[in-house]
Ligand binder design. Sequence first.
Ligand code: MLT
Length: 201
Amino acid sequence: MIHLFSQGEDRSAPTLVLFHGTGGTERDLLPLARIVSPASSVLSIRGNVLENGMPRYFRRLAEGIFDEEDLVLRTAELYQFLEDAARQYGVARDNFVAIGYSNGANIAASLLFHYGQSLKGAILHHPMVPRRGIKLPGLMDTAVFIGAGANDPICSREETEELASLLRDAGADVSIHWERSGHQLTKTEVDAATAWFERNF
Ligand code: MLT
């Protein structure tokens, strides 16, 4: 997978794994990583599905309607990539914290839905429920921050709360931060995610 890795100054800090939104690249969220945890190593991955030339992490049939088969396959592929990257770059596999926005938040949520030990924590900016009707793995040691917009036309309030309760039922420690805005990522949401990260890691 196309990606960037940079070694952080603090080798005990979590490695931040970055997932951009639809149409983005592995460079988009680098400024966020520097705000959230400046001394962390960073692994930023470009989605390897193209929708009209726009990179994303899995196929969709329409806005918010996911190609479930592709989602499962891409999630497995990504999980394997994380395993390989930890070995290749010599970073602790059990110390990965994701930061994802929109489609990137959805693939990070999908990692949590399918693999118990995939992430130690996740900052999900404007995520959706990636999949329904499956039993989630135990997420007892996983901390999740959800940033949501009360006026987000893509992720409804109900869906945000559904995602939080599915993750909580699996044992995750979930915090939801509400903005009054829509789908965009605001400075105050990033500040809230940073404060959450500092409390948890
Ligand atoms: C998705 O496809 O993951 C969501 O609709 C979010 C987006 O990328 O627009």
